[in-house]
Design a protein around this ligand. Structure first.
Ligand SMILES: Cc1cc2nc3c(=O)[nH]c(=O)nc-3n(C[C@H](O)[C@H](O)[C@H](O)COP(=O)(O)OP(=O)(O)OC[C@H]3O[C@@H](n4cnc5c(N)ncnc54)[C@H](O)[C@@H]3O)c2cc1C
Length: 425
């Protein structure tokens, strides 16, 4: 009997987790991963360490290269250009064809592109920071950069800024919103982080973005005009205004699946075409249509979609939100709701003179979210307390149980608890 052919487009964490899971469940199946960006899976979240020169890209590969042969997972380095579900075939940019019984689209995200006048005409000096190709472009431009501007107040932006500071390139950081990382930080935390960034020599400007990009010789970026009408010299412009599902290429394939913000799938990751599945950053899931662009969600979705493709009934429910990041050396953890909604309460504690804060959110009388700056925490415990709908007073009393690096004493727990308790009354 012919073995089932599983074909996966994208060798990111979703695609490789799916391939490994399929292999564990179907020892005889044919498994192929086709990916255009890089021949081997690498850890995208660690790209900044390659740009800072701490690691080479191959060191960011989570698996030994011999694993793929051992597991009989066939890797193809190519771009997929067409999908024909009626014939069960995909075609690539080098005119090769691959047959499939079941196809997984795990094509990830691509950078969102702004429409600033002048940007589309720029032939050099503009960088994103999402792919291996972006990394290589940054490595090429940074040594001669004298005036960098990074636009976009999120995590990718601050990572690029940190790399530029590491390479001693003066950097202006434009954030359109009233404060940095508006999506997750409250005003109090943002004030601490912004002071921290400025302490590192960054010219951080909030409520400001690019209005026009000025070009010099050979259409190289030479200056920017900002939304406040100021002109600044700029020879490296980092565009980090968010990412979106990498789906535009699918609109012109022979048999496109339904696409909204991402590839539309039900909660078992099935697209509108029965033999085709989608998961990870590129997928828009379930009837509420959410898109998750997070490493651990992509990994979890990779496992589940593989189970779904190999016959299990699965139903993906959006997990409690969790993210951990850092702004230079300042750790940040957020679990559950990042901001209070109407009728919710917020409890905030910060330690004067130290980059430390704790902010809790109470929704319907129960603990619903926590954001912590300046230390490392066990997010699983907070997730449990949210699921158990513990009262905020319980969380305050038990806070140190979730502290990861208590031995460093970075958070004066007594002071934090006393402040939070005062908010309770
Ligand atoms: C700089 C940076 C830092 C990040 N830091 C964090 C973090 O700290 N925490 C966190 O939770 N998340 C972080 N993320 C997000 C996280 O990396 C993603 O959620 C995750 O990598 C998504 O995995 P994926 O497998 O769905 O997609 P991807 O990793 O994007 O992989 C998809 C692959 O498919 C390929 N592909 C696309 N179209 C085609 C085609 N037509 N043919 C062939 N190949 C194709 C792409 O080139 C890509 O290689 C970060 C992202 C970036 C860019």
């Amino acid at each position: 009997m012919a073995q089932q052919k599983f074909l996966i487009i994208g060798n990111g964490v979703t695609g490789v987790t799916a391939a490994m899971t399929i292999r564990a469940r179907a020892p005889q199946a044919e498994i192929t991963i086709i990916s255009g960006e890089s021949p081997y899976f690498f850890s995208r979240t660690a790209m900044m360490y390659a740009l800072m020169g701490h690691m080479e890209l191959p060191q960011l590969e989570p698996y030994e290269r011999s694993v793929w042969k051992q597991k009989k997972i066939h890797l193809v380095h190519d771009w997929v250009t067409d999908i024909d579900a009626t014939r069960g075939l995909v075609s690539t940019s080098s005119s090769r064809s691959f047959a499939f019984d079941r196809l997984l689209l795990a094509t990830g995200s691509c950078p969102r592109q702004p429409d600033w006048p002048g940007l589309a005409e720029a032939r050099s000096g503009v960088v994103n920071f999402v792919s291996k190709q972006d990394l290589e472009k940054c490595e090429q431009l940074i040594p001669s950069a004298r005036n960098a501007t990074v636009v976009g107040g999120g995590l990718i932006g601050v990572e690029l800024v940190e790399c530029l500071v590491h390479h001693k390139v003066p950097v202006r950081f434009l954030v359109r919103e009233p404060h940095f990382f508006h999506a997750a930080l409250g005003k109090g935390e943002a004030a601490i982080v912004e002071a921290h960034l400025r302490h590192h020599g960054i010219d951080l400007r909030t409520n400001e973005t690019v209005a026009r990009v000025g070009l010099g010789q050979n259409a190289q970026v030479a200056e920017i005009e900002t939304s406040t009408g100021q002109n600044h010299p700029c020879d490296l412009l980092g565009v980090t205004i968010g990412v979106e599902p990498a789906v535009s290429w699918l609109r012109t394939v022979s048999t496109p699946p339904k696409i909204g913000r991402g590839i539309r799938v039900d909660d078992s990751f099935q697209t509108s075409i029965p033999s085709i599945y989608a998961a990870g950053d590129c997928a828009e899931i379930g009837s509420s249509g959410f898109v998750e662009q997070l490493w651990y969600s992509a990994k979890r979705q990779g496992e589940l979609v593989a189970r779904s493709m190999t016959g299990d009934k699965v139903s993906y429910a959006r997990p409690v939100f969790f993210n951990s990041s850092k702004f230079f050396d300042l750790e940040f953890t957020t679990v559950g709701l990042p901001h209070p909604g109407a009728g919710d309460r917020e409890y905030f504690s910060s330690i004067p003179g130290r980059p430390v804060s704790v902010r809790l959110i109470e929704h319907n009388g129960a603990f619903a979210g926590i954001s912590l700056l300046g230390s490392r925490w066990r997010h699983e415990l907070f997730e449990r307390w949210i699921a158990e709908a513990q009262p905020v007073s319980f969380v305050i009393e038990n806070l140190e149980k979730a502290q990861f690096d208590v031995e460093f004493g970075r958070v004066p727990m007594g002071e934090v608890r006393a402040q939070l308790k005062r908010c309770l009354t």
